[in-house]
Design a protein around this ligand. Sequence first.
Ligand SMILES: Nc1nc2c(ncn2[C@@H]2O[C@H](COP(=O)(O)OP(=O)(O)OP(=O)(O)O)[C@@H](O)[C@H]2O)c(=O)[nH]1
Ligand SMILES: [Mg+2]
Length: 323
Amino acid sequence: MAEPPVERLVSGVLEADGEAIAEALATVEDTRGDTLPRQRELLGRLEAETPREHSIVGLTGPPGAGKSTLAGALIRLWLERGAGVGMVAVDPSSRHSGGALLGDRARLRFAAEDRVFVRSMAARDQLGGLAPATRGAAAVLRAAYPWTIVETVGVGQSEVDVATLADSVVLVLQPGSGDTLQFMKAGILEIPDVLVVHKWDLGAVAERTRADLESMLALQSVSGKLDWSPPVVGASAETGHAVAQVADAVEAHRQHLEIGDALGERRARGRVAWAMERFEQRYGALGLERVGGREAAERSVREAAGTALDAFSSLATRAGLES
Ligand SMILES: Nc1nc2c(ncn2[C@@H]2O[C@H](COP(=O)(O)OP(=O)(O)OP(=O)(O)O)[C@@H](O)[C@H]2O)c(=O)[nH]1
Ligand SMILES: [Mg+2]
């Protein structure tokens, strides 16, 4: 079947047309080399037309904390508030075919007329992190909807990665699991913009977890956060308790990013991370060596014009690796 012209995909995605979104996702998810020109064209046109206020929210945290359930509740809330929502659920590949996805399908079920599009994909490895196609998929969905949620699992790398993709990061914690201490040790508590002690319906154990978390946050330095102190919300997607507060906190953080050019800086860092990730996935350490090392590569990516894929392409050309 002939591919629809990029022009038509772009207008379809901007109107949040399901078929156009599906086709655009298939285009950006194909990370082999020969489709790069089409991807670059699509992404370039989409980014040029994406309303600046459209935002990506990272929803991350340990397995089973209730991220998908909370995502479902947030999506319903934003739909009620009149905003369409896109979602990318990144699952560790080890569990991709198992019950987790089936469960997600139930948690993330919506009426056909709802303005929502959910995409599931397998992560690179079972430690979490993003899938190679996550950033492209999120960019497509952001063009279509005011909110795009990206769910990643793990304690560690996925939080770090999702922070370079999202405008706001929500860390979802499981009460009484001891994860908080682990996050603290790993320096992960510096990443989230909003913290959720989830399953608030569990009662005392949840309240204890919130108290622990708050005292740890008081201890840690808030450097790099400007004047934003991440709120801690006790919420339960199952009872609906404080889901609106989670959404409000995300919206407040999004507003906060308008101070100075925090938003622009954050997105610029994300663009560099995306181009570098693509380059390293494709050309590895040898590729980096050919462009004079990581720092030189990052500099060149920052200076290159266009989207992350344009920057990737120009870096590859510089390395004499492809055009
Ligand atoms: N008590 C309680 N349980 C919840 C709540 N939200 C979700 N759960 C349960 O927690 C379990 C995990 O929920 P998920 O939403 O799949 O959690 P997740 O973090 O997306 O899990 P993974 O993607 O597998 O890491 C399920 O059994 C849910 O029913 C809540 O608010 N309260
Ligand atoms: Mg999940």
